[in-house]
Design a protein around this ligand. Structure first.
Ligand code: HEC
Length: 138
């Protein structure tokens, strides 16, 4: 009859022993897997950071042009690159395109009209045209 009280005792000793062994194993594995990860390159170097910004580009950034024109891609209006490809950088074209920016209109690229920009001076519009026509010709 005394054996009956022994059995649970033995079992619980075994249980604790097994548990202790398991913990030790986990500790060992932990200390082995402490790796130093290689230092990541976090430098935020932007390639265009020190590119000089022309007056026309700045004027366009301050106006609404970028809602309809992107440099590489047609949005509402043609890509600036495509405009540069269509017109040679001549004083006549500068004049004509500056007027178009101020007065708006459609027909040269399709049905969609460019909004007029009466608040933009002719000189500023010409600076923008010079910038647009310089794209892709650098
Ligand atoms: C509401 C949209 C919109 C905005 C804002 C806009 N454009 Fe346009 N732009 C157009 C569309 C559409 C055309 C094509 C017009 C056409 O087919 O003749 C165009 C054409 C042009 C052209 C070529 C014109 C031609 O006759 O080939 C130039 C240059 C131009 N835009 C410059 C600008 C500049 C600079 C600004 C900012 C001051 C501006 N655009 C703002 C929609 C826009």
């Amino acid at each position: 009859m005394r054996k009956r009280y022994l059995a649970p005792l033995v079992l619980s000793v075994l249980f604790f022993a097994a548990c202790g062994g398991g913990e030790k194993k986990a500790e060992n594995a932990d200390s082995v897997s402490t790796h130093e990860s290689p230092a990541a390159d976090n430098s935020m170097v932007s390639p265009s950071a020190d590119k000089p910004v022309s007056k026309g580009e700045k004027l366009m950034a301050e106006s609404d042009c970028k809602t309809c024109h992107k440099e590489e891609m047609k949005v509402v209006g043609p890509a600036l690159k495509d405009i540069a490809g269509k017109y040679a950088d001549t004083p006549e074209n500068e004049e004509k395109l500056a007027d178009k920016i101020i007065k708006g209109g459609s027909g040269n690229w399709g049905e969609v009209a460019m909004l007029p920009h009466p608040q933009i001076s002719k000189d500023d519009a010409k600076e923008m045209v010079k910038y647009i026509l310089s794209i892709g010709k650098k």
